[in-house]
Design a protein around this ligand. Structure first.
Ligand code: ZN
Length: 172
């Protein structure tokens, strides 16, 4: 029994953001990715590198930030910057590197560029003000707790079945 609890606990925590994403993606709008890359001249918005670019949510898709895949919130990022930024808000990420003068300037420019781009695309946040967003956060938080419970129950039920099988074999 202890073994099952140990196994399911980390799985549940790693699924938190997946649950948030499942809900939030219902409020997405279509993105013209080619136009996004063109706007940023085919470069990573954070470091200026060209080449393989990934879709980065400037405002992350998370319970805290409630970012959405809507025009203005998707920016191109190289693999490195995309993984370094992870679930940070673009403003936090852009202000992160302060020691290296060159990077600091590049990041300040990136923050300004993204803010302007978002405005130019009239990026629509979920909820019209913080009070509404707090209500939304509460709904998402409650929902993912419920989903976590259901998932743990399902995993425990499945583990009961698959644990039984080898026992039967031994019995025969
Ligand atoms: Zn980059």
């Amino acid at each position: 029994m202890k073994k099952i609890a140990k196994k399911t606990a980390p799985k549940t925590t790693s699924k938190i953001n997946t649950d948030v994403r499942v809900i939030l993606r219902e409020f997405d709008e279509s993105i013209d990715w080619e136009a996004v890359k063109k706007h940023f001249k085919g470069k990573c918005v954070y470091c200026g590198k060209e080449g393989e670019l990934h879709k980065d949510h400037a405002i992350p898709v998370s319970e805290k930030h409630l970012g959405l895949s809507r025009p203005g919130n998707i920016v191109p990022a190289c693999r490195q910057c995309n993984s370094d930024k992870a679930a940070k808000h673009y403003s936090d990420f852009c202000r992160y590197h302060t020691r290296d003068g060159k990077i600091a300037k590049r990041r300040r420019d990136a923050e300004r560029d993204i803010t302007e781009y978002m405005k130019s695309k009239s990026y629509k946040k979920l909820g019209k003000n913080e009070a509404e967003r707090d209500k939304i956060r509460k709904i998402i938080s409650d929902s993912r707790k419920e989903m976590g419970k259901i998932r743990s129950e399902a995993i425990a039920k499945i583990e009961k079945i698959i644990v039984k099988k080898p026992a039967k074999k031994v019995a025969k």
